[in-house]
Ligand binder design. Structure first.
Ligand code: SF4
Length: 294
């Protein structure tokens, strides 16, 4: 397999074969994101992708179970291309249980329900989508390129097609200034189209990004652990489900996880318990993590 630049994948894809179907991100404008800032977006030729699949077949044999199609927004590829990639993968690896890719809501929204059905039928089974916030003001200022209603509609199409969906919410991204609107707006979107998984990441400023500069100018206040937990608490209170909420990232102050609505009570109890902890029991302040490439 050949790789270009830094390759990112969700933690849950740690055991997957990673194939770059695109390079970089076609959007590259989210105010907090530095992942692909120095990378020009390009679609990888289908022939090259198939060559990598052939190389993987030679190295690993036909029993491969999971593939992740990098980079940042592979969902932007034309439907026919995604169908062809999935078909080529499944022809070589008949035991594949999962083909996953990233797709932010802006690109999910660009395809119709019928197109998502074709992609699902071809064998792409899971999408990870960074919404970050369902608050309209925050979403617009972050430059995600989609509004809450558009995001909810796109999520609905992906799930109606039978594709498993993980949606990422970024705790603290709206700062102390809009934490409540951020939590409540996010819950609203997640309740309009309840994804299979809600995954929490806590905002850590990335140097050189507009959202970091906003913090450095004093226009965005980072949440301390107690404020972050109050925000997560509001989210847990409001998400109707059915969904599974996970905090599967070391940026978070507390590993809050469980099924909603079934485990809501236990999750709130765990948060309330942690709200009584001394400061030293939590990870270092977010300001001290800046530049650590979390
Ligand atoms: S869509 Fe994703 S990868 Fe692209 S700039 Fe936004 S957060 Fe970064």
């Amino acid at each position: 397999m050949r790789y270009r630049g830094t390759v990112y994948r969700p933690p849950s894809e740690a055991g997957s074969l990673v194939i770059q179907a695109t390079f970089g991100c076609p959007h590259n404008h989210c105010a907090f994101c530095g992942m692909y800032r120095g990378t020009s977006f390009a679609r990888r030729p289908l022939a090259e992708i198939v060559e990598d699949l052939d190389a993987a077949l030679t190295i690993f044999g036909p029993g491969l179970r999971t593939i992740f199609l990098a980079d940042g927004n592979t969902a932007c590829l034309p439907t026919a291309t995604l169908v062809a990639i999935a078909g080529a993968a499944r022809a070589r690896f008949p035991e594949l249980a999962r083909i996953t890719m990233y797709g932010s809501a802006k690109f999910l929204a660009a395809k119709s329900l019928e197109e998502w059905r074709q992609i699902a039928a071809a064998g792409i089974t899971r999408i990870h989508s960074g919404l970050e916030s369902g608050d309209a003001v925050t979403l617009a200022e972050l430059g995600k390129g989609v509004d809450p209603a558009g995001a909810a509609r796109a999520f609905g199409h992906v799930m109606a097609a039978g594709i498993e969906l993980s949606v990422y919410i970024m705790v603290g991204v709206a700062g102390l200034e809009r934490w409540r609107e951020h939590a409540e707006g996010s819950a609203r979107v997640l309740n309009l189209a309840s994804p299979d998984f809600v995954r929490l990441r806590t905002f850590v400023p990335v140097p050189g990004t507009p959202w970091c500069e906003r913090w450095q100018r004093g226009e965005l206040t980072l949440l301390d652990p107690y404020q972050a937990l109050v925000e997560v608490r509001r989210l847990v209170e409001l998400i109707a489900g059915p969904t599974t909420l996970l905090s599967d990232h070391l940026s978070n102050f507390l590993d809050v996880r469980g099924r909603l609505p079934e485990n809501r009570g236990a999750m709130l109890t765990a948060i309330d318990d942690a709200l009584g902890w001394p400061r030293e029991r939590f990870r270092p302040p977010t300001g001290e993590l800046v530049g650590l490439a979390l």
